[in-house]
Design a protein around this ligand. Structure first.
Ligand SMILES: C[S@@+](CC[C@H](N)C(=O)[O-])C[C@H]1O[C@@H](n2cnc3c(N)ncnc32)[C@H](O)[C@@H]1O
Length: 269
């Protein structure tokens, strides 16, 4: 029976260390005819090269595949804390819409029904990544007949915990995973509470520097899994200057920086 669906794989590839692909991910790479890669422009080339290197390293020499590089419409910059959530969501929705239209054309043009295309998604596709949302939307709003499968990956949060040798949750306690923007909004409130564990991603401003509290431990990491990986941990107030300097140093050496941090309420340790 002929298969008239186009198969799309969303493959989590880990957050920087090519050794952290799962066997399931490697198997999926070797079933893929076309890889779609978004070129995010200057400074992000490194991430594109990482994906290409993963293909070279993990795909069998006799498996034919193509790479289709797509320009990624730049995400509009939203001023820190200045936006209400609705305005923020509207900006992101418009950006997703533009990306969806481009991807729909690329999928239509780049591979045939019965074949398999894949997106190599940084870290785990479920965490602060829009590929799942965009692809699901494509499936429901276009005439493309898609089957979609998702292969989980190791996220930067898991890597950070492993590298600092800490559990993510404190015993019986909650974990908040949030962004720098949302944490800034929270600490701008007069009296704010943080849960036992707060994980912060997508923070270009090192928001931890604005927190004046004695009861927090900081577990910070940048460019995890790469040759420029940096890690710093200790009482928040004490290690903040080192983390700020560490971020600048990684950025200078690598030409780009991605960092993630965890705040843990000390008395619970
Ligand atoms: C768009 S989100 C993608 C997260 C990804 N899906 C994951 O599972 O880790 C990008 C954010 O993840 C974090 N991140 C991803 N890779 C990282 C790495 N290698 N080192 C440090 N932080 C990383 C940073 O907070 C960055 O701003």
């Amino acid at each position: 029976m002929s298969d008239d669906r186009r198969h799309l794989l969303l493959i989590g590839i880990g957050a920087g260390d090519p050794q952290q692909l799962t066997l399931q991910a490697i198997d999926a790479l070797n079933r893929t005819d076309v890889f779609f890669m978004l070129d995010k422009g200057q400074g992000k080339d490194e991430l594109l090269h990482f994906r290409e290197a993963i293909c070279r390293r993990h795909i069998a020499p006799d498996h034919d595949y193509r790479i289709v590089t797509l320009p990624n419409p730049p995400r509009p910059q939203v001023p820190y804390g200045a936006q209400k959530d609705d305005a923020y969501r509207a900006i992101v929705a418009e950006w997703h819409h533009r990306r969806s239209a481009m991807l729909a054309d690329a999928i239509q043009d780049s591979f045939l029904p019965g074949q398999t295309g894949a997106f190599l998604v940084w870290g785990d596709p479920s965490l602060y990544d829009s590929t799942i949302r965009i692809v699901n939307k494509l499936s429901s709003t276009t005439t493309l007949n898609l089957s979609i499968d998702l292969i989980p990956g190791i996220s930067s949060v898991q890597m950070l915990c492993a590298l600092h040798r800490i559990p993510l949750n404190q015993i019986g306690e909650s974990v908040l995973i949030t962004t720098g923007r949302k944490l800034q909004q929270l600490i701008d409130e007069d009296e704010y509470q943080l849960p036992a564990t707060t994980v912060v991603m997508l923070d270009g401003n090192s928001v931890f520097q604005h927190i004046q509290r004695d009861d927090l431990m900081l577990y910070w990491g940048a460019n995890l899994g790469t040759e420029h990986q940096a890690l710093i941990s200790g009482p928040l107030k004490e290690v903040t200057p080192r983390a700020l300097a560490g971020r600048e140093e990684v950025k200078t050496k690598a030409g780009w920086v991605m960092d993630v941090f965890i705040l843990i309420r000390q008395k619970l340790l």
